[in-house]
Design a protein around this ligand. Sequence first.
Ligand SMILES: *Cc1c(COP(=O)(O)O)cnc(C)c1O
Length: 365
Amino acid sequence: MDAINKGVFDMMEIKVTLTDHPKAKPDENNLGFGHIFTDHMFLMDYTAGQGWHDPRIVPYGPIPMDPASSCFHYAQEIFEGMKAYRTAEGKIQFFRPGQNFKRLNTSCERLVVPKLDEELLMEGLRQLVTIDKDWVPSAPGTSLYIRPFVIANQEVLGVHPSTHYIYCVILSPSGAYYAGGIDPVRIYVETKYVRASRGGMGAYKTGGNYAASLIAQEEAEKQGYSQVLWLDGVERKYVEEVGSMNVFFKIDGEIVTPELDGSILPGITRKSVIQLLESWGMKVSERKLSIHELEQAARAGKLDEAWGTGTAAVISPIGELKCGDVTTVINENKIGPISQKLYDTLTDIQWGRIPDPFGWITPCC
Ligand SMILES: *Cc1c(COP(=O)(O)O)cnc(C)c1O
């Protein structure tokens, strides 16, 4: 297993090459998501026998790769997603970035990618965002989306862990998720396709999970739904996630979220929501929740609220759930009081509007 770097890391020097063609900044009121990229990116290479080397910040641009590069064929790739926020004072801050780098290393283990030095990644991110700080938007609800990823790039078609990798971080100013107010989404309960199953890759952030999910997403959209509710891959019975978010329900006063059983992605927003609810004295049950139980609760008028959690939307209330012929409307298709309070508190902490009692904020610059 020479692909796993078990060595002790020394902090490597990050070499910086600035662009001599800075791009024009975009209109902050029309950013959308994931279309616009900043002037610079972070790169680092891995070579078997040498480990991770040459951390550097360079002008944003194409990465030349050989067509035989292994990530193109066998999807040995992992990624992360997080944000930087500009406060009213003009400062830039991150929300729990250490958790993202920790999770990246967890994904490394599952996909046999050599682990990375989390301190170096944090320092690289801080330097990259500082260099591109003028790209962090300040219009209400806007942020800088951060996408770290690792791709395998050994030039060989044999199926085995690669001997070469690229770690890269790109930055994308992104618009307010709820520019027109928080509208609950319509969700389609997926009974044909499976996203992930225990022992597979569902608990790790890797592109293959997304490739597996596209067809269901497309069919749901055709029927007028915005996302699918995934059921477990073995019994097709237990609720797992909604789209690419974790999911919570308030049933008869109890707040329930599926337990992390190996096929669910351990969301950092999920974890923060649980901590927040507990800090408010509410109990959160992490347990198995069958679609049958959910339908029964809905029929009995006991499904009070439902919402998804993830970095992009923070909280995404579910207004309607369709399973087979049964359609359930939740909280009259309006955001519920708990969803609203969670959204307000999390976004207030992220944008620095209220003090952060949890130590979730890391200042950048
Ligand atoms: C990233 C992701 C989430 C949410 O994780 P956060 O850390 O809260 O952004 C949930 N489910 C899937 C499948 C994901 O990829």
